[in-house]
Design a binder for this molecule. Structure first.
Ligand SMILES: Nc1nc2c(ncn2[C@@H]2O[C@H](COP(=O)(O)OP(=O)(O)OP(=O)(O)O)[C@@H](O)[C@H]2O)c(=O)[nH]1
Length: 758
């Protein structure tokens, strides 16, 4: 039995009994599971999965490759493409051949040797079943995601639409700060993962320490399903602990996989020890294996493989694979691991909301039947050589070329002019795409996160988690005003929800904000290269926010008499702090303010929220409740009520005890242990709160919460105090109240800019 990635009570969706299926399928006969707060989409009963659906889905995998920066994701994916026959030659990241990795298709990515955009690619992988000897061909969609925290939305996007993932770790560095972030994201979307400890060829490679870290730092039960044969330079293959055999790579770039049934004598005892450890770990999370171990029996290889699969898909366990991507060793067994242990699209619980039902109605579990009504999610937009490209995951039904599809958000219908399978920046035209698959369509106007249907249902998929921007930059055009400027900014905004643009009403400057300096720097550079727009940027500024701390009533009259018709609006109510965002509630009774003017009050409230009068930063976490007011038969208008709301808000804002919030970053520093006091000292001088400090094998890891405002220039300071041996990474944690002196300084600076304008 298979367990769905969203755990809960089993439902009767697995309709396998009526069809004959290949061995591999019947062994994994699936039971899809729903939670108590979901119901199955009504079409599931009308369109049960057919034997064809089962066959197709069983051999389909949608996986992501995620990790801390520089762990070797792109290098690994390049090997996967080579071994699956998608590319004829391997090109290295920052390779001497200057071609760059296939998946890093953007010029900037190749130059910098980092992945910026996640790329989707499709490949086939043929396996020989270790138990039955049966050959099976799997279709795998892979998304290579960036490791840099500034591009975190790309990781979010990918995980949203994937069924499983490979978490890549470095055999020397182990669990790093970004690994923890990726782990959190995988948990948020219930994505089961297998772990791949890469760089086994590096001096100091220690997979056992890394596995310990997965258990202790990520709090995930994990055990190796392989042990290495040879270490570091001598690393030449792995022992497969599940099927008890050894696996080596031979031929050009390790293309030939040589499987031997005997285990090298020098590692046999160790292999037995590690197989016992695997069993022990599984017994903790899997009942069937638990019972076998309790009875002092030995499970069959088949039972062991099935238990690993169950526990992995049940999010209780991560099987650990070992290898070296750069040395072309043990990548193919990892691919076998993807097909063996990661879920099929039928095993993922995918939820949608019926927009015709109340917001709090139970979510619907979609069914991956090819003949059910279409539901697909546009998860990524890209401006390609041939126009706008929209990446879509089809969850239910079939997407066909030339068919009409409906955007659930806008209600607009569009024709699908061209449908392709993506292979990084190359593509293959196809006529139709079934449920569980990922494709791209051309020429469809939409925003990232939009749901598409065939118009017969009113389903909408839930949206992604979008973090707040932490840094902003003022942009000034170098040359003359050009339409390309706004064109570029609009496109970037549509592509990337973490990239924001606004015009500062006082300075008249265009301000861009995002997740970090590199994030914004990339967009400025793309603007120059792709749109021929050169800009000068101001100094990066921390994205502060303001909020209020006290419930405060308002009563405000806006009255103006200028020649002809005047303006009149009176409103009363209160504002109060809330956790996040802005909220407007209309509690007016008896029509004291006619209905048509209420939207004006709401608009005015949100305009006022754009800029606080304390420090000039956006306001967050306020609810406005409108309770009373009055109007004038001739002089009232929506505009008058909008102006009244702005006036009311600004008048009482200071009485509501506003404060400034600043982004706090989770900073992780890694350095040789001898620099412990210097590193902790450096974080203390930057108002850091140390959350964790650990020394392991002579290496110090310190985790601290530090205001972003105090992080400028930290890399130089760290270099200086660790003789260049310290490294750090940071990610956004939360916006929190800043200290009084910083708030005072911001207030004064803002007053100065206002005075200069007078
Ligand atoms: N020794 C060793 N080096 C490796 C291995 N795999 C990758 N590398 C090197 O590690 C560096 C980073 O590799 P990438 O594949 O760019 O890593 P990435 O995780 O995709 O990096 P980002 O996309 O920037 O997050 C490159 O210099 C690779 O050559 C490996 O198995 N062994």
């Amino acid at each position: 039995m298979l367990i769905c990635k969203a755990l809960g009570r089993p439902s009767g969706l697995g309709q396998l009994s009526s069809c004959r299926l290949p061995n591999v399928l019947s062994r994994w006969a699936s039971t899809t599971v729903q939670t108590s707060s979901t119901v199955v989409a009504p079409e599931a009963a009308k369109h049960p999965l057919t034997p064809d659906d089962h066959r197709r889905l069983a051999f389909q995998r949608n996986i992501g490759v995620s990790a801390h920066i520089d762990s070797g994701k792109t290098t690994l994916t390049e090997r996967i493409l080579y071994y699956t026959g998608r590319i004829r030659e391997i090109h290295e990241v920052r390779g001497r051949d200057n071609v760059g990795a296939k998946m890093d298709s953007m010029e900037l990515e190749r130059e910098k040797g980092i992945t910026i955009q996640s790329a989707a690619t499709f490949c086939d992988w043929e396996t020989v079943d270790a138990i039955s000897g049966e050959k099976n061909k799997y279709a795998i969609n892979i998304i290579d995601t960036p490791g840099h925290v500034d591009f975190t939305i790309e990781v979010e996007r990918a995980l949203r639409v994937l069924d499983g993932a490979i978490l890549v770790l470095c055999a020397v560095s182990g669990v790093q700060s970004q690994t923890t972030t990726v782990d959190r994201q995988m948990r948020r979307y219930n994505v089961p993962r297998i772990s791949f400890i890469n760089k086994m060829d590096r001096p100091g490679a220690n997979p056992w320490r890394v596995i310990e870290q997965i258990r202790s730092k990520l709090r995930m039960s994990a055990a190796a399903v392989q042990i290495p044969i040879g270490a570091e330079d001598e690393f030449r293959g792995v022992v497969d602990l599940v099927h008890w055999r050894s696996i080596y790579n031979e031929g050009h770039k390790g293309i030939d996989v040589v499987i031997k049934n005997e285990i090298p004598a020098e590692v046999e005892a160790f292999a037995k020890e590690k197989r016992a450890e695997l069993l022990y770990q599984l017994a903790e999370v899997d009942e069937e294996i638990g019972e076998i171990v309790l009875m002092d029996e030995v499970p069959t290889n088949e039972q062991l493989a099935a238990a690993i699969r169950r526990a992995t898909i049940g999010l209780k366990f991560s099987p650990v694979f070992l290898g070296s991507a750069v040395k072309n060793t043990a990548v193919q067994p990892l691919l076998d691991g993807v097909t063996s242990y990661l879920p099929t699209p039928a095993e993922s619980l995918v939820l949608a909301h019926d927009t015709e039902q109340p917001v709090d109605a139970p979510q619907l579990a979609l069914t991956p039947a090819a003949n059910a009504p279409l539901v697909g999610l546009a998860f990524k937009l890209e401006e390609g050589r041939y126009g706008q490209l929209t990446y879509m995951r089809v969850y239910q039904g079939t997407l066909k070329k030339a068919n009409l599809i409906y955007n659930a958000r806008t209600g607009k219908k569009v024709k699908v002019p061209r449908l392709v399978r993506m292979h990084s920046n190359d593509m293959e035209d196809v006529e139709s795409i079934g449920p569980g698959e990922i494709c791209a369509i051309f020429g469809v106007e939409c925003s990232s996160g939009d749901t598409f249907t065939d118009g017969t249902t009113s389903y909408s998929m839930t949206s992604m988690f979008v973090p707040d921007p932490v840094i902003s930059l003022a942009l000034k055009l170098d040359g003359k005003e050009t339409p390309n400027f706004s064109k570029a900014l609009n496109r970037f905004k549509k592509e990337d929800p973490t990239f924001r643009v606004h015009l500062d009403s006082e300075s008249k400057e265009t301000i861009i904000s995002g997740m970090g300096e590199l994030h914004l720097e990339i967009y400025v550079e793309r603007m120059r290269r792709e749109y021929n727009v050169a800009c000068t940027t101001g100094k990066p500024k921390v994205a502060f926010k303001e909020t209020i701390t006290k419930r405060t009533p308002f009563a405000y009259t806006h009255k103006k008499q200028t020649g002809g018709s005047g303006q009149f609006a009176r409103i009363a109510g209160y504002i109060e702090p809330i956790e996040d965002g802005g909220e407007f509630l209309d509690h007016v009774v008896g029509g004291v303010i006619p209905e048509q003017y209420i939207p004006g009050v709401e608009k005015g409230f949100f305009i006022a929220m754009e800029k606080g009068t304390l420090s000039g930063n956006p306001i967050n976490g306020v609810r406005m409740v409108l309770e009373d007011g009055s109007y004038h038969a001739v002089d009232s208008s929506e505009l008058a009520f909008r102006t009244a709301a702005i006036g009311a808000f600004r008048e009482i804002y200071h009485s509501a005890k506003p404060i400034v919030l600043e982004p706090i970053m989770k900073v992780e520093v890694v350095a040789p242990a001898e620099f412990q006091s210097a590193v902790i000292g450096s974080l203390n001088t930057r108002r850091g709160t140390i959350a964790d400090s650990e020394v392991h094998d002579g290496e110090l890891t310190v985790v601290a919460d530090v205001p972003l405002n105090d992080m400028f220039g930290y890399s130089n300071q760290l270099r200086g105090c660790t003789q260049g041996k310290g490294e750090f990474s940071m990610e956004y944690k939360v916006h929190a109240p800043t200290i009084a002196p910083v708030q005072k300084q911001l207030e004064e600076e803002y007053k100065k800019t206002l005075n200069q304008k007078k």
